[in-house]
Design a protein around this ligand. Structure first.
Ligand code: SF4
Ligand code: SF4
Length: 94
């Protein structure tokens, strides 16, 4: 099964983000308590694979409806700001 695509990421400050697109090949979501993008980081340069759109490599949010055995099975996800945090906005807790 293909890894779910990151349909949109609203976090332009992230090194992997250009024009609301994530270019990290695979991100990790969640710290088991919170659906944050664990791959987010800030630096002067931009990085990632500009020819590719990022995908979800792993997700620790076992209570999300889209999570099966710590893998995301949503067709796609959106990442953005949730108050002060940078979260998977597709998170759907059971
Ligand atoms: S999904 Fe995460 S790693 Fe990708 S651009 Fe957004 S904040 Fe950065
Ligand atoms: S939709 Fe659910 S399972 Fe998929 S990355 Fe987001 S929190 Fe994890």
């Amino acid at each position: 099964m293909d890894m779910p695509v990151i349909s949109e990421c609203r976090v332009e400050a992230c090194a992997y983000n250009t024009e609301h697109t994530c270019h990290a090949r695979a991100i990790t979501v969640g710290d088991t308590h919170h659906a944050e993008c664990e791959t987010f980081f800030q630096i002067e340069a931009k990085g990632g694979d500009l020819a590719a759109t990022g995908r979800v490599g792993a997700c620790k949010m076992a209570d999300c409806h889209h999570n099966v055995r710590f893998e995301c099975q949503a067709p796609g996800i959106v990442v953005g700001y949730a108050r002060e945090d940078i979260d998977c906005l597709t998170y759907d807790p059971a």
